[in-house]
Design a protein around this ligand. Structure first.
Ligand code: GTR
Length: 325
């Protein structure tokens, strides 16, 4: 069934490409794992509208939401190889490919969302953008994804001790695997689309994410204990295949960059509203939110930093992030 859906999406892509040629308009394809209406999906649609308007219709963007083109890891390969031109994904699945992407994925490195914005909007954000070019990608924008916290079907979490022995799905990054191990629990990295059924059938006890994902992926139905430990403030990344970007005229490149920048403001606004909406929705549906003592979680992260922040470039970046006020 899944393969069927992918095949159908592939045919659809081919069809839209042919329609493109006929109308002399280049339609760029963008993937997103989230459903229509999710802040990232809407932000990329908005980016597409701006690009279309500002290039007088020479370029348009089709957003394939709801993982129509596959799970995040697969679509990253698609955008790197140029099968698709654009992709909106989390920063974490790049941790094994782009060394610098590790920094924003480190637990409790950012003190707040404001701190994260300052860092990503400044020199460190630019340094990470430069590093993505080595992976054949141009970063058009960083978007908000709030903070990630653990949720599970077994029990409320009030301290690190409560995490012991629980099995969590984590986003596909070694940092997250080691973070969970450091908390005395077990981590299984798996595609986002498999999480709901894995919790339901008991393969795992829970996962970790922000309120909008917990809500829209319906994980709150199967894992009711949400502990607001806020272990990462992990940004999203909106990328373009570098060869496709390089083919644009310098004027069009500026249009794309500016449209992406404009879409950031839009996404941040939509994001803030969605967090409140989702939180209210899951609480009304019976999710129990606890606020564990964060210091215990922070203290437990020492081995994660010792293992992953050994490279001098990363050490310097971490210091630079900490110095941003
Ligand atoms: C969400 C993020 C997605 C995806 C997902 C996951 O917060 O927006 O891009 O990475 O988490 O956990 O797989």
């Amino acid at each position: 069934m899944k393969h069927f859906a992918k095949l159908a999406a592939g045919l659809f892509v081919a069809a839209s490409f042919m329609a493109t040629a006929a109308s002399a308009q280049t339609v760029l394809r963008s993937s997103d794992t989230h459903p229509d209406g999710y802040p990232t999906v809407e932000a990329v649609k908005y980016f597409g509208e701006l690009v279309k308007e500002r290039t007088a219709g020479r370029y348009a963007v089709d957003v394939y939401h709801s993982a129509q083109l596959g799970e995040e890891k697969d679509t990253i390969e698609q955008v790197r190889s140029g099968v698709i031109e654009l992709n909106r994904v989390s920063m974490a699945p790049f941790n094994g490919t782009v060394k610098e992407s590790i920094v924003p994925a480190l637990p409790y490195l950012f003190r707040s969302e404001e701190h994260m914005h300052k860092v990503m909007d400044g020199a460190i954000g630019d340094q990470i953008k430069k590093a993505f070019e080595g992976a054949g990608l141009v970063v058009l924008a960083y978007y908000d994804a709030g903070s990630r916290s653990f949720y599970n079907k077994q029990k409320p979490i009030n301290s690190v001790a409560d995490m012991k022995g629980l099995k969590f799905r984590v986003i596909q990054s070694d940092i997250f695997v080691d973070m969970v191990a450091a908390l005395g629990a077990n981590a299984t990295p798996m595609p986002y689309g498999e999480v709901y059924s894995s919790i339901e059938t008991g393969v795992i006890d829970g996962a970790e994410n922000n309120f909008p994902s917990y809500d829209t992926a319906k994980h709150f139905e199967v894992a009711k204990n949400f502990s607001l430990d806020e272990h990462t403030i992990l940004p999203e990344v909106f990328v373009m295949n570098k060869a496709a970007f390089d083919k644009l005229t310098p004027e069009d490149q500026e249009i794309f960059k500016q449209a992406a920048k404009d879409s950031v403001a839009k996404q941040r606004e939509l994001w803030a509203a969605k967090v409140s909406e989702s939180r209210a929705k899951v609480e009304a549906a019976g999710a129990k939110i606890t606020t564990p003592d964060k210091q215990g979680f922070i203290d437990a992260m020492k081995p994660v930093y010792e293992k992953h922040v050994t490279d001098p470039v990363l050490k310097k970046m971490v210091e630079d992030v900490q110095a941003v006020q």
